[in-house]
Write a protein that binds this ligand. Structure first.
Ligand code: AVI
Length: 328
């Protein structure tokens, strides 16, 4: 009895394409130039991100997987302490890590239903089908939506207690202020007694962090460059992918990983969608992504400033990653 609710803006994608064109035009007209990391995740980008998660250097996914495996019993008990709940999974993707929790909740016979949300319709369809097979008795309502639309939907449609998951260091791709703003928005859509589990990548040896975003096999470079390929395909651009290189750096004081695409020569790029030519100087860089790292103290402060109270922090054995449990 799994259902799929599609709240994405236009089924033919026309409005999404217009918004994409507008963002790209604005970003490439600015100094310094920038493109938004939210556009990484087309079908190719999502596949490359899956490959990133399996890279030896990309410790994040393994660390969070292992901490959930280690603490799943306590997590399931904490979630279910107030009786029935809706388990809301923001940015669920393939739900690789959440499945450990689902399995645990099922074996502890806890009453809940599962509400994965993601901007990728393909991912939600796949997950819904997949869970139908793995857990035929589980009630699953998959929602295709951007975060904000999804949050509004859950406030209107979910009547019972909520446990909201925001895993995978997705919070890290927001600027610090925007991250706080987003966590505050989540808080505003919850009621006292609801829970929020936030996955944060912790501050650590800067070399470990840098390697995760500059892997030896070049998958992260391909992931970053795919953004230009997507612009070529969807907006009629003529980017020469060989004329740009991926460059990543970590600022250990600000705790932020920054990714760029650097133009290796002076060049011009034309976009049909905007009918505009964009000029790149030799070695001019386009900023494409920030991945913020937090200390436990900083993450706790973000939660409490947003109106949450920290219940407990679950860490992996190496202390690389934390899933922090907050209550509204
Ligand atoms: C999705 N997000 C949490 C990833 C990150 O670590 O910032 C995206 C990513 N970018 C490069 N590698 C992975």
């Amino acid at each position: 009895s799994n259902t799929l609710i599609d709240l994405s803006r236009k089924t033919d994608g026309s409005q999404d394409r217009a918004a994409f064109a507008k963002d790209v035009a604005e970003g490439l007209s600015q100094h310094p130039k920038k493109l938004s990391s939210r556009y990484f995740y087309d079908a190719t980008g999502s596949r490359l991100f899956q490959e990133i998660m399996a890279l030896p250097e990309y410790y994040l996914t393994r660390a969070e997987f292992s901490l959930i495996r280690q603490h799943r019993s306590a997590m399931a008990k904490a979630f279910a302490a107030g009786g029935f709940f809706h388990l809301v999974d923001l940015g669920a993707g393939d739900a690789m890590k959440t499945k450990l929790l689902l399995q645990e909740l099922v074996s502890q016979e806890k009453p809940f239903d599962y509400v994965p949300m993601d901007i990728s319709g393909a991912a939600m369809k796949e997950l819904s089908k997949n869970l139908q097979q793995e857990h035929p008795d589980m009630h699953v309502q998959a929602v295709v939506a951007e975060y904000v639309t999804g949050l509004q939907w859950l406030e209107q449609h979910l009547t019972e207690r909520k446990v909201v998951l925001f895993l995978g260091s997705n919070i890290g791709n927001f600027e610090r202020e925007e991250g706080l703003e987003f966590v505050s928005q989540i808080r505003q859509h919850l009621h006292p007694g609801d829970l929020f589990l936030l996955g944060v990548d912790l501050s650590k040896d800067p070399d470990t962090i840098l390697a995760a975003y500059n892997d030896a096999s070049g998958i992260t470079a391909a992931f970053n460059l795919n953004l230009l390929d997507r612009i070529n395909r969807e907006l009629g651009g003529n980017f020469d992918l060989d004329a740009f290189k991926h460059f990543a750096l970590y600022d250990p004081q600000l705790g932020v990983m920054k990714s760029f695409l650097v133009s290796q020569r002076a060049q011009e790029v034309y976009l049909e969608a905007t009918q505009t030519r964009y000029t790149f100087a030799a070695w001019e860089a386009v900023h494409t992504e920030n991945s913020h790292k937090y200390t436990l103290q900083q993450a706790k402060e973000m939660g409490s400033t947003a109106g949450f109270e920290l219940v407990t922090s679950y860490l992996d054995a190496e202390g690389h990653f934390a899933d922090m449990l907050f209550k509204a």
